[in-house]
Design a protein around this ligand. Structure first.
Ligand code: DGL
Length: 266
């Protein structure tokens, strides 16, 4: 069982932030990453539709790739389907929302915090529930429609994305939060733009590292850690354009993303 790969997915490139953290933390593990770039963005879609995508992808990762653990490296998919995936599949399923909420409340000093995410994630209330479960803080929740599309196009710091960030993040600036959780795995790629708007004093928290630690903890507990410290492989599959996935993905993740494969649904 421990020899099998870890499976993970996102609507596109965003989950690569989590993949990077996992490769760095668990370099002996094999990883299969599926980016559903043909159907991004998930954020504006009804949660039931996103749940359908998540189950189809999990079926592919568990059925075809025989993964030993599944990481839902997408907040929107986790908000839509984490519980039903846990019910449906025998392998452990890890999401990004609880780890993110924990990292957020650990980082704040004033107790005034913000989370930004897709419309689907924010409207689901999943972060409010996850934060309420671990601490008593004042949470400003903001949807940021449009951010994911900029990242998928490889645009992280243009004038346009800056203007959009200024408009969308103003309520968090006004609320004088001291910490902001990037509650969409795409958003760490916009950290410079978001940081410029929020100002130097606001700490930006990503759930990627905390999620990787949770995966490691869970694998140790379940006896799923491979018996080798290095030499893990990373395989990337996409539902969308393979050459774009390779080109932008390599820039975002690094040299491990040498090539990608096309998903072929049966
Ligand atoms: N990375 C996904 C998330 O964390 C983006 C969703 C989307 O495609 O809109 O929510």
């Amino acid at each position: 069982m421990a020899e099998r790969p870890i499976g993970m997915f996102d609507s596109g490139f965003g989950g690569l932030t989590v993949a990077r953290a996992l490769i760095d933390l668990l370099p002996g593990e094999d990883l299969v990453y599926l980016g559903d770039t043909a159907r991004y963005p998930y954020g504006p879609r009804p949660l039931a539709e996103v749940a359908g995508f998540a189950h189809q992808i999990a079926e592919e990762l568990v059925g075809r790739w025989d993964v030993k653990l599944l990481v839902v490296a997408c907040n929107t998919a986790a908000a839509a389907a984490l519980e039903s995936l846990r019910d449906r599949f025998d392998v452990p399923v890890v999401g990004v929302i609880e780890p993110g909420a924990r990292a957020l409340v650990q980082a704040t000093e004033t107790g005034r915090v913000a989370v930004i995410g897709t419309v689907g994630t924010i409207d689901s209330g999943a972060y409010q529930r996850a934060v309420d479960a671990v601490a008593d803080v004042e949470l400003v929740s903001l949807a940021c429609p449009g951010f994911v599309e900029f990242v998928e196009r490889g645009d992280f710091a243009s004038e346009q994305v800056h203007v959009l960030a200024q408009r969308l993040l103003q309520p968090a600036v006004d609320a004088k939060v001291d910490t902001m959780l990037l509650g969409c795995t795409h958003y760490p790629y916009l950290a410079r733009t978001i940081g410029d708007v929020m100002g130097r004093d606001v700490v930006l928290v990503s759930s990627a590292d905390e999620t990787a630690f949770e995966v490691r903890r869970l694998m140790f507990d379940a006896g799923l850690v491979r018996d080798r410290a290095t030499g893990g492989t990373a395989t990337f599959v996409t539902t969308g354009d393979v050459s774009w996935f390779e080109e932008l993905g390599r820039k975002l993740l690094g040299p491990e993303l040498e090539r990608a494969e096309q998903v072929r649904w049966d």
